[in-house]
Design a protein around this ligand. Structure first.
Ligand code: WTA
Length: 572
């Protein structure tokens, strides 16, 4: 992204962090820990801190969650969430679910999603959030790799869970179903909820697993990123400093809980800061989105650049017909936030949009344009206090300001992943010379602001969602017409990047628009809608190494009219 010298300054009178440098130099995680009830003790539970404690401290009747989706319109107090999740937790115990077992949530964006996740984590089980749009292959990979014991889902989504291939999956909890088939390991949500709702919580070690979010890399299947209960310290601080959340805010994070933003920034950060959350079901729709801000008088709104670009494209007229004046500021993460979007934000809402950078693996925000700091348009901002971020070269040596290199973080910070499930090698691959290497290239300017350049590996970022080319390639070659496939991301004005597939065809198949359409739908139906190639190009041959690996780098260079670099290993 182009560096811009333009600076937007905004002062918040009672900002949390007026003096960034001072905040950083005096910072100690221990000071933050002191705010938690478990300070000085071995055991804790994030659900207790986020929900139960609010009840015990006199906020039981305050709204924690507002939900609407066009058919339902509901409010949940802290007490109600506590009771519901206690019921669910006891229901899980009745199924013999124990501490450390993986309980996956495969539901549409509804309050039951949170109840199930809170309930599982309440008893020390590991919550596995899944995205509703995942299709059979994506669901199976995740449930299989994690040896999930329970999945919570709906009848509609059930067909995407290949039970016969998942022997470890002992129970399928069906939300919204009147009956369940025990022969198919099913039990209804109502049955699970037929329990005592008195408060209880299992305390676990700070380092015990809390959530497992699967995410994509450039090779292999999706990786199970395990976060611990201790991540709450980080999520709390991101909420306080980077999102500037306060108890009198109404906060809406649009991200689905199937992605890290939807849990870490969507539920934990606000609840740990006693901030009520809005959850909106259903799909993207400009009118409904603006109406949601108006309806709840949302004060802090967290979304992503693709959504902003889609709103921008829907025109200024629509936004003008809603009262959006409740907004105090807007947050963005997941993909580069172009200066044009920030300018649109100022024009449309009369307030800035603050970018923040992080990853599933980092657990929470790492670099941010804090609302209490001047922002440089196009920059991701500065590190969260307590987290040492730098730019390092290929051997892990810190670089000079303005030099492009690897965005790296010094381990360990509280939100940092504890393992890649079942894959210590993948975990170790992240580290170099004592640094966590993010896979993003960036530089730091002389004022300490970080600027994003791109991914170093082949991971695709479409609509702010990570797509692993390997997963798409593996699925593509299962289509009867596809012999080989190479998948890359190509720039797109709205979605950041879109997935493009280069394929060769099997004998007997001919290139046609229908065939391409069929292949696109195949990915949509088997893997996930967002992973579907929007462009397919048929070739006679794909560039490969002598060992037969398709060279995405060469495909990408050709696509972008860039030099192909070292092709000495290319076959032919
Ligand atoms: C990208 C999402 C530019 C980046 C929270 C990172 C960003 C990947 C930004 C992680 C940002 C995230 N500017 N790029 N502010 N935030 N990214 O795991 O490439 O879904 O490595 O976590 O998104 O995606 P993930």
């Amino acid at each position: 992204m182009k560096k811009s010298t333009e600076v937007i300054t905004r002062t918040i009178e009672d900002a949390n962090m007026q003096q960034y440098d001072e905040a950083v130099s005096n910072f100690q995680w221990e000071t933050v820990e002191k705010g938690f009830s478990w300070y000085g003790q071995e055991k804790c539970n994030i659900v207790y801190e986020a929900i139960d404690r609010k009840c015990e401290e006199g906020h039981a009747g305050e709204i924690a969650l507002y939900f609407c989706d066009g058919t339902r319109d509901e409010q949940y107090t802290y007490e109600k969430l506590q009771k519901l999740s206690c019921r669910f937790a006891r229901g899980l115990q009745n199924l013999n679910v124990e501490k450390g077992d993986r309980v996956f949530i495969f539901l549409p964006r509804t309050p039951e999603y949170y109840v199930a996740l809170l309930g599982a984590i309440r008893i020390g089980a590991i919550g596995g959030p899944l995205f509703e749009a995942f299709m059979e292959k994506a669901v199976k990979d995740r449930l299989e790799d994690s040896d999930a014991k329970v999945v919570v889902t709906t009848k509609e989504l059930l067909s995407r869970i290949p039970l016969h291939e998942l022997p470890e999956l002992k129970h399928v909890i069906l939300v919204g179903a009147d009956e369940a088939d025990p022969g198919k390991r099913q039990v209804t949500y109502q049955e699970i909820m037929r329990q005592d709702d008195s408060p209880f919580v299992e305390l676990v070690s700070k380092d015990d697993g809390m959530m497992i979010h699967y995410t994509s890399g450039s090779t292999g299947k999706p990786k199970g990123v395990l976060l611990s209960h201790y991540a709450m310290v980080h999520m709390y601080l991101s909420g306080k400093y980077a999102y500037d959340l306060r108890p009198d805010d109404i906060y809406w994070c649009v991200a689905d809980p199937g992605w890290i933003t939807g849990t870490s920034a969507g539920m934990w950060a606000p609840w740990l800061n006693s901030t009520p959350v809005v959850m909106r079901g259903g799909r993207f729709n400009p009118e409904e989105w603006y109406a949601t801000i108006q309806k709840y008088k949302v004060t802090v709104w967290f979304s992503a650049p693709t959504a902003f670009r889609m709103l921008m494209a829907s025109g200024a007229e629509i936004s003008k017909s809603y009262d959006l004046s409740s907004l105090r500021h807007i947050l963005s993460a997941g993909e580069p936030l172009n200066p044009e979007i920030i300018k649109w934000g100022v024009d449309t809402f009369d307030i800035p949009i603050y970018d923040n950078w992080w990853m599933t693996e980092t657990g929470s925000t790492i670099v941010a344009n804090f609302p209490a700091l001047p922002i440089k348009l196009g920059s991701m901002g500065k590190p969260l206090p307590g987290i040492h971020v730098d730019i390092v070269d290929h051997i892990g040596q810190p670089m000079e300001p303005n030099e492009l290199g690897n965005l790296a973080i010094k381990p360990k910070w509280p939100g940092m992943m504890r393992m890649i499930w079942n894959n210590p090698k993948k975990y170790n691959d992240y580290f170099l010379n004592g640094w966590y290497i993010s896979g993003d290239s960036a530089y730091k300017d002389e004022d300490g602001y970080f600027w994003f350049e791109g991914r170093i590996d082949d991971v695709i970022n479409t609509m702010g969602e990570r797509v692993g080319p390997f997963e798409v390639e593996s699925k593509l070659v299962e289509h009867p017409a596809v012999a080989e496939a190479g998948v890359i991301g190509v720039p797109d004005p709205i979605r950041g990047e879109v997935v493009k597939a280069y394929i060769t065809l099997r004998q007997g198949f001919k290139e046609s628009d229908e065939l391409k359409e069929d292949i696109m739908n195949f990915i949509r139906e088997k893997l996930a809608a967002h992973a579907r190639p929007r462009i397919i190009e048929v070739r006679d041959k794909l560039p490969k190494t002598r060992s037969g690996k398709i060279m995405r780098r060469v495909l990408k260079a050709r696509e972008l009219n860039m030099p192909t670099g070292d092709v000495s290993t290319i076959d032919d």
